[in-house]
Design a protein around this ligand. Sequence first.
Ligand code: NAD
Length: 478
Amino acid sequence: MHKMFIGGNWLDARDGATLPVINPADGQEFARIPRGTAHEVDLAVKAAREALSGPWGKLSATERGRILMKIGQQVMDHAEELAQLEARDTGKPLTTARNDIQVLARYFEFYGSAADKVHGEVIPFVNGHTVTLVRERLGVTAHIIPWNYPAQMFGRSVGPALAMGNAAVVKPAEDTSLSTLRIAELATAAGLPPGALNIVTGLGEEAGAALTAHPGINYISFTGSNEVGAMVQAAAAKNAVKCTLELGGKSPQIVFDDVDMERAVPIIVRAIVQNAGQTCTAGSRLLVQESIYDEFLKRVAERFAQVKVGTPEMDFDCGPVMNPAQLKRVNRYIDEARAAGIPVLAEGSIAADAPKGGYFVKPTLFGPVPRTAKLACEEVFGPVMAAFPFKDEADAIALANGTDYGLLAAVWTENGGRQQRVAKAVQAGQVFINGYGAGGGVELPFGGTKRSGHGREKGFLALEDVSTTKTIVLYHGE
Ligand code: NAD
């Protein structure tokens, strides 16, 4: 039985209520977490507020940075243990979980070393004055973490907040709280003072809603669905606090007729099957110039048909999806597309010896998909790819921008002018040219346009989201 982490103490829910933790690879319960509610959220926000006026709030930026770097080192020292825990909790292949833990460590290294590099400015003004712009922490930051990359998302959201001297209250997803709790233990061992980091486990509609509505918080970072994102933004508006929303995507891979097929095909397939397609940046739409559509799709289909699904220990390309709701949702998209007569170009395979109770989905490649089909517009959040032919550059851009989302995009072409034109015309927070994602992208500002959300995480820009400025105007005479 796990406990929550509030004000440096490990606690049960006041009423003793718990939630099961299910292994997605076999559907069996293997642990329980406390079902925190508004009561525990209130304790956590108070503990965070106290930390701001206690030892944590008094540290210099350099001292904070050192602690963050030590957290990164603790993560590296316990990397295999954390990866095993993450794989069990999420069902993801061990190789993916190991990579996630490396990226988690990178976040703490990056933001640890950034903590004392954030400068203010001196602003020219009326003679006889000196104006300084200083950057300050926001105060208590709230972090609602999703289940697809629990450890990575923790690092992405909490790393910059702590670097700027905020005190954090984290609500991990109810399906995947275990790595977050273990990281809190490691952070304490690294010297993080009590109250700087608080973890309240529980349901989204209970603990999550109580946290986002709490009048004592100064900022909300949310990653998850559009429906909940809208509720979070409404809660933020009520208390007039800043929020960063990361709500997913329907990201296009735009492939022109001069593509380097050898390089592109494996990267494109990996970008949709990675993490069983449960990645906000999944490259779920494959847009291919009609002159090479058949040849390119033949190669993608060959590769796609080799994709294997199994348990974390089997360590294939794909694990199970997260939970029964997710299984139902992904299979519904696949069944509806088949029923509508959209051609299936390839399917992956589920290992024959994968446990029967696991939430396994067959990766499926559809094409050509009608431009108005659900598969063309809605985020499936599963290993399902939709292919579309396009005519020319203008048609590709119109198709790429033809959804409500705008998170990532990739342009595959050797033509330098076209690389620039298309990258500029595509509506997305990040555009890759002849590639797709690399090394976790910790250093690269990231976030959505349109319905994919707003605000920027990763890189130095994230430090702006979790801080504010103060303009100090001094009159000293000429
Ligand atoms: P969700 O939005 O319901 O959950 C994400 C987080 O929000 C969890 O920690 C959850 O506990 C919390 N939450 C839920 N209700 C809340 C509320 N009322 N107030 C505050 N917090 C609340 O996502 P889900 O149900 O786990 O997944 C559904 C869909 O969301 C997926 O199929 C996918 O499309 C999307 N999703 C996107 C991402 C992403 O990275 N963009 C991640 C996970 C899920």
